[in-house]
Design a protein around this ligand. Structure first.
Ligand code: F6R
Length: 611
């Protein structure tokens, strides 16, 4: 969603701000803007459209200020327009604010401020913030007027926010604060860099302050001070994030998505790390779940959104098969409003690549309030979800920049697999031999993913045949159905082709009515026990004129199907990690054939920080 960048240092701010906004483009946005402190005046430049449009605003290159704030906006309140773009200023142009999140009580605040003589120039919720700061500032006395006014104004806000504030009366200062919306501060060689996302700052530093909710931070020249909700000052630890500085670059690939698809063997290898070794118990010493606790658990929920939820569907199969604990998987936005039955005997697992998805975090808080232990699976160190959960385990996929998730998904599935093996070891629910066999299969995954990647040319050729289509179907049984769901989501996201995923056995219960001549049906077929039934389903659609594309690890030569992609055999529980790869490539190549922006699909944002 929206992105925030800021800089307080010794260099000219505007090029750093534009660079940061460019690095955040992947989050999705429709307008952009910056504010630079020029002597004692705040200079705002903003417009709808791409970050690159800012470069053509007259006067941009004349800016010399070394403090500035910047923003990419993804419209929620008010259409994309110059007026609605950030930064927003108060009526007296003393305060400038950029904001991520949603101010839920902005109508009340707007009315309050209007009654007090303030005027509004935009339709945004954000514009109340600088005016509210001005309102409190005008009533303050004493040394800390700026900080105190920001604190009072933010105390009135309901909803979520990450904000940066400049004041022309304090030309050397920036105040930042967050609640339920991400914000990090990096300490670079030439100043402090602020952003909503770590990858935007990897070029400058790997040392970060990860702000807590209502932790007011004042950055001035070469100093940084942290204050709690009541403005008591405290010290704060700096964290080193191990991502390589080049991890957020394309490194010769045309698109981040393609790069990330090809990074999967490494991402999986890193995620396995030292957690899983043959002949040794799994190492989850960072969470230490006891046998006493796990034995009391009678149900596990896995809650997430989108692709992360699809990873959860495969996680359910791992846990139910290996640990014999029933698992329910739910979409976070549904789960949180359906009064789920959660208590201290329920373990709740939340999967979120970004760790910032609003619905997933809200669902976690709900489970915690109901007495359940919560476990987060995330890819971003220190992200909001990891700070809310009782336990956190990390995928080590490296920064995922493309909006469409690929390497995070396969890493999540692998990590859930290892977690299930760990639980099975604790519970003694599998023989030692079975445990060793699945460990061996997991350790072989990176190399087998390499083989799946070799299908790229065949997949590309098929993409060329079908990229003009309007509708497609994905079918599969068992774990293959979970992969069908993910393949269909990937296709919709980046190629804008409508598609549906069905459990193959459901076709006859309705959807087969839609199968007609030349419609494409993509089948995933990796479970030996279901092969005959699945072949019948494919034949049924071919009989009705469908064109098929099949991903399998089985010998289907007797069936004489066309367009068959072969992947390697593995434990059936793990096959989604191999079979999803040709589907990721298929969506990618279809999108490229259509000339679309693969990394930044329309209307989508990388991290969905509002409901
Ligand atoms: C699809 C995709 C989304 C995310 C979903 C959850 O390619 O990326 O469906 O999986 O928005 O995001 P996280 O995992 O950050 O909570």
């Amino acid at each position: 969603m929206c992105g925030i960048v800021g800089y307080v240092g010794t260099k000219k701010a505007y090029p750093i701000l534009i660079n940061g906004l460019t690095a955040l483009e992947y989050r999705g946005y429709d307008s952009a803007g910056i504010a630079s402190m020029e002597e004692n005046k705040i200079c705002v430049m903003k417009d709808k459209g791409r970050v690159s449009n800012l470069n053509s605003i007259p006067g941009l290159t004349d800016l010399t200020g070394t403090i500035g704030i910047a923003h990419t906006r993804w419209a929620t309140h008010g259409k994309p327009s110059k007026e609605n773009s950030h930064p927003h200023m108060d009526n007296s142009e003393t305060f400038a604010v950029v904001h991520n999140g949603i101010i839920e009580n902005y109508n009340d605040l707007r009315k309050f401020l209007t009654d007090n003589g303030y005027k509004f120039l935009s339709q945004t919720d954000t514009e109340v913030i600088p005016n509210l700061i001005h309102y409190y500032f005008s009533k303050e006395s004493g040394d800390n007027k700026f900080l105190s006014a920001v604190q009072k104004a933010t105390a009135d806000l309901k909803g979520s926010f990450a904000i940066e504030v400049l004041s022309s009366l304090y030309p050397n200062q920036m105040i930042v604060v967050r609640k339920d919306s991400p914000l990090v501060i990096g300490k670079g060689k030439e100043g402090y860099h602020i952003a909503s996302d770590i990858p935007a700052l990897l070029e400058y530093t790997r040392d970060f302050y990860l702000l807590d909710d209502y932790e007011y931070t004042v950055i001035e020249n070469n100093s940084i001070s942290f204050y709690d909700k009541n403005l008591n000052e405290h010290s704060k630890e700096i964290k080193n994030i191990e991502w390589a500085a080049t991890a957020a670059e394309k490194n010769g690939y045309d698109d981040y998505m393609l790069k990330e698809i090809y990074e999967q063997p490494t991402a999986i290898r890193e995620t396995i790390g030292s957690r899983l070794k043959l002949g040794e118990p799994c190492d989850f010493s960072d969470i230490e779940i006891s046998k006493d606790y796990l034995s009391t658990i009678n149900k596990i929920y896995i809650v997430a959104c989108g692709t992360a939820m699809h990873a959860g569907l495969t996680g359910k199969k791992f846990i139910e098969n290996l640990c014999k604990i029933p698992v329910e998987v739910d979409i976070a936005s549904e789960f949180r409003y359906r009064n789920p039955i959660v208590d201290s005997k329920t373990l709740c697992i939340f999967i979120s690549q970004s760790g910032e998805t609003a619905d997933t975090i809200a669902a976690l808080k709900l489970c915690r309030e109901n007495g359940a232990k919560t476990l987060a699976v995330s890819n971003v160190i220190g992200s909001s979800i990891t700070r809310e959960a009782d336990y956190t385990i990390y995928t080590h996929a490296g920064p995922e920049i493309a909006v469409a998730s690929t390497k995070a998904y396969t890493s999540q599935v692998v990590l859930l697999g290892i977690l299930a093996v760990y639980f099975a070891e604790i519970l003694g629910s599998q023989s030692q031999e079975a445990i060793e066999n699945i460990k061996k299969d997991i350790l072989e995954l990176p190399q087998k993913v390499e083989t799946s990647l070799k299908s790229a040319d065949e997949v590309k050729a098929f993409a060329k045949q079908i990229y003009g289509e309007k509708d497609m179907f994905f079918i599969g049984r068992g774990s293959d159905y979970n992969v069908a769901l993910e393949g269909s989501l990937k296709l919709k996201e980046i190629s804008y082709i409508h598609s549906e995923a069905y459990a193959s056995g459901e076709l006859k219960h309705g959807p087969i009515a839609l199968i007609e001549k030349d419609i494409t049906v993509i089948s995933i077929l990796t479970d030996e026990n279901l092969v005959e039934k699945s072949i019948s389903n494919i034949q049924e659609v071919i009989t009705r004129g469908a064109k098929t594309f099949i991903i399998t690890n089985l010998d289907l030569s007797n069936a004489h199907f066309e367009n068959v992609i072969h992947i390697e055999k593995t434990n059936p529980l793990l096959s989604p990690i191999l079979s999803v790869i040709p589907l990721q490539l298929l969506s990618y190549y279809i999108s490229k054939e259509k000339g679309l922006d693969v990394d930044k699909p329309r209307n989508l944002a990388k991290s969905v920080t509002v409901e």
